[in-house]
Design a protein around this ligand. Structure first.
Ligand SMILES: [Zn+2]
Length: 302
């Protein structure tokens, strides 16, 4: 079980124990950042619960496992909406059907992916089912932001927390999938396979950042302000880029002991920029402000 999923070894043991001891609860929350395999874990866990073989590997041979793989096992219901919100109608539909008995198996499993996207009404609808679930029902809420789930929901579920993947686990994933792994920017991946794939595809941006920020001392004001166009136009990756910039500065500190103060100030500026962006400050102004602050720093030192 879980042999094909990388990372979160402890959770593999916890979930196996739940199944082997036949101590399956009615509701679980699988919580952790995006891109670390929570949804895969949920599906594999469900498959094992529904497996008809008494050893529950899952066996991948029984009628349940085969129909599970073919996507026509009616004892597993997956809600995986691509939209930003999971509307009340969808959950209401689920709660209506929840009394329907399983067909093949002794249990029926419901997985709601990105469950934090459930509207408040949808969560309240689900709550009724969580309070009095039919005896054969297992509900798994997969979420990357459990803060958006109502406390009343959370208190009725057993929480399984998933860890960010280590750099070596990320590398293993890339190796297994015969993909090129960029070791230089691994710290920007934040332990997420999803992010690693996204950023690895945008290698040139990081190369550009590297070139500019490792050469700051030789740049004039005009060149520094021009960075805005080349780098900060990648708005959707701005946090990863800022993290990467600080990785560059931390590396500098290790090599250039005489200028620790200067690099510490740069790192502060970058961290302040992240905070401002988090507070939804005007994007362009925030970036301008950061570049001006870096420039002022250079002038003082030069
Ligand atoms: Zn099976």
């Amino acid at each position: 079980m879980f042999g094909n999923i990388i990372g979160n070894v402890r959770n593999k043991e916890i979930l196996k124990n739940i199944i082997y001891s036949n101590n399956i609860s009615h509701s679980y929350i699988f919580s952790g950042i995006d891109g670390i395999g929570k949804f895969l874990f949920a599906k594999e866990f469900a498959k094992a619960i529904l497996c008809l073989d008494e050893k529950k590997y899952p066996c991948n041979k029984c009628k349940s496992c085969i129909s599970f793989e073919n996507g026509n096992n009616t004892d597993i219901v997956i809600i995986d909406e691509q939209e930003d919100s999971i509307k009340n109608e969808i959950i209401k539909e689920l709660t209506k059907k929840v009394l329907e008995k399983p067909v093949l198996c002794s249990k029926k499993v419901y997985i709601i992916n990105n469950s934090e996207n459930m509207t408040k009404e949808a969560q309240n609808s689900l709550l009724k089912t969580l309070e009095e679930p039919p005896e054969f029902v297992v509900i798994i809420l997969v979420t990357s932001n459990e803060n958006l789930l109502l406390n009343t929901i959370k208190s009725r579920c057993i929480k399984i927390s998933f860890d960010n993947l280590s750099n070596s686990e990320l590398k293993q994933y890339f190796d297994n999938n015969l993909m090129n792994f960029n070791n230089d920017i691994v710290d920007s991946f934040g332990g997420s396979i999803k992010k690693a794939i996204e950023l690895n595809n945008k290698k040139e941006i990081f190369e550009k950042v590297e070139k500019i920020f490792s050469n700051l001392d030789n740049m004039n004001t005009l060149q520094i302000m021009a960075m805005k166009e080349t780098i900060f136009s990648n708005k959707e990756d701005i946090y990863s880029i800022l993290d990467y910039i600080n990785t560059i500065f931390y590396r500098k500190i290790l090599k250039d002991i005489n200028n620790i103060k200067k690099y510490k100030r740069y790192i502060e500026i970058v961290e302040e920029t992240k905070i401002r962006l988090n507070k939804n400050s005007n994007y362009d102004m925030t970036i301008d402000y950061a570049l001006l602050a870096i420039n002022a720093c250079l002038e003082r030192n030069g």
